[in-house]
Design a protein around this ligand. Structure first.
Ligand code: FAD
Length: 433
């Protein structure tokens, strides 16, 4: 079966750009043209209008995870028990939320500045469960979310059903004031389309490593060409090891999702003609589900620790899993109603915090989005450009202070530990897939 992202299929792309060939020179090189790299390019172009800025991607730009994600703009994460108000972890949660809120504002500003039409819906979303036991400490969570600036409301039973139009979910916290939804491929394509003239993009350009060149410059090796730059920004997220940065404290995960046909008028009316919505699970491996503005259903209910890509037959198995999840929520939908199924890679860390650093003279990198890189990647791109340009700000200091991804054991212990942890999480999430 075809690995085809439904968001990308519904987004107009631009003609393919050249590959990098021969020896090129630039003032700035950005590796990775996802949300983070493209936002870094915009910021560098604003800060250094005379500079030659080059951005490269190993495939089509704006078609990696940045286009393949579920489109949740995260300003407020679901707090863990330790992060609740008056608990030890609250101080960290408060700082992290101030960063995420700034990131969510950054997304709005990018959309407004570049006039990006990406079905942006500033209406919050739900942390919802089908098993009420999976949503504990509700009152404390509402207080915690409100203490960090969120609007938060508990919903259950009939009230929740009226919002979602289905009776699968039994309890939820709706969370707004920063949390939003968008069509991810349209958002990242909009960032790409708006690149200014002093940014050159090379596509289908796989960087295989970095080395030191003359006069302290950094040389990036591609398959068919080389590029030397005074400063390099590595924005590869899950693929950071490909640049030769092996000790970022992050690891790759592969997720898969499906998108259905639009619901018919009759199906939609039977649901009460509800507004588009998004649901995140309270469990890390629970399903993410959306009813889109064009009345399709998106489900993402697999996430795996994998170092190799899923084969097409593996993807078929994941699609069966999507069907199960769909039928629990929308019993009338079958596999025939699925129009697109795809995979994407993200980067996670043990602590949930990113790697964000000056790696060595002239080399700066970020990775470890931990599933919320739509907003954070937008902010990190700018902040990484500022760090590399020698700028400083309280927000940059705050991001750098929190950027401790945590220690990872060497392989094969990492593989075994991660696999076991995923199995435990899968069991914990089994009512929510
Ligand atoms: C299925 C799924 C659902 C998700 N849902 C959400 C969500 O709802 N909300 C949210 O905030 N986040 C979500 N995420 C995470 C989000 O997609 C990422 O955090 C975000 O895309 C990170 O952007 P990025 O630019 O840092 O990385 P990417 O988008 O991964 O960009 C990296 C780019 O580097 C390129 N590249 C890789 N190797 C090389 C190389 N050797 N040389 C040159 N280029 C290279 C890739 O082709 C890619 O385009 C989800 C991710 C997935 C996969």
């Amino acid at each position: 079966m075809k690995n085809e992202c439904g968001w990308i299929a519904q987004t107009e792309s631009t003609p393919v750009r050249d590959r990098l060939s021969g020896l090129q020179k630039a003032d700035w090189l950005i590796i990775g043209a996802g949300i983070t790299g493209l936002c870094a390019a915009h910021s560098l172009a604003e800060m250094h209008p005379q500079a030659r800025i080059v951005i490269v991607d190993r495939q089509r730009a704006a078609q990696g995870a940045s286009a393949r994600n579920s489109g949740f703009v995260v300003a407020h994460e679901h707090p863990t028990t330790d992060e609740l108000l008056s608990h030890q972890g609250f101080a960290g949660y408060e700082v992290d939320t101030s960063i995420s809120r700034a990131a969510s504002i950054e997304v709005r500003q990018r959309i407004a500045r570049h006039g990006i039409d990406c079905d942006f819906r500033d209406a919050g979303y739900f942390f919802a469960v089908s098993d009420p036991a999976k949503l504990t400490h509700v009152e404390a969570k509402l207080q915690t979310l409100q203490a960090v600036g969120a609007s938060a409301q508990f919903l259950q039973g009939e009230q929740l059903q009226q919002k979602l139009g289905i009776d699968h979910y039994q309890a939820a916290i709706w969370c707004g004031n920063g949390n939003a939804l968008l069509q991810p491929a349209k958002y990242v394509q909009g960032l790409l389309d708006a690149l200014p003239a002093n940014v050159t993009l090379y596509e289908n350009t796989d960087i295989t490593g970095l080395e030191r060149a003359a006069q302290g410059r950094v040389r990036a090796r591609g398959i068919e060409g080389l590029i030397e730059a005074a400063q390099v920004l590595v924005c590869l997220n899950a693929f950071i090891p490909r640049s030769g940065i092996a000790d970022s404290g992050t690891f790759a995960m592969e997720l898969s999702a499906s998108l259905t046909r639009p619901l018919t008028e009759q199906e939609f009316q039977a649901m009460g003609s509800v507004e588009p919505w998004g649901v995140l699970s309270t469990r890390p491996l629970g399903a993410t589900v959306r009813l889109t503005p064009d009345r399709r259903v998106m489900i993402r209910n697999t996430a795996e620790y994998r170092s190799r890509d899923l084969s097409n037959s593996d993807l078929q198995v994941r699609r069966k899993h999507h069907v199960l999840g769909l039928q629990r929520r929308f019993p009338w939908l079958t596999e025939q109603d699925i129009r697109y199924t795809w995979t994407g890679h993200l980067s996670a860390s043990r602590s949930g915090q990113p790697f964000f650093a000056k790696v060595e003279e002239g080399v700066f990198a970020v990775a470890g989005c931990n599933g919320s890189g739509v907003a954070r990647g937008t902010l990190w791109g700018r902040l990484l450009a500022e760090l590399a340009s020698g700028a400083d700000s309280p927000l940059l200091a705050s991001v750098m202070h929190r950027a401790e991804p945590g220690w990872l054991p060497p392989k094969p212990f990492l593989d075994i530990g991660a696999m076991l942890r995923m199995r435990v999480e899968a069991v914990r999430a089994r009512t929510e897939i």
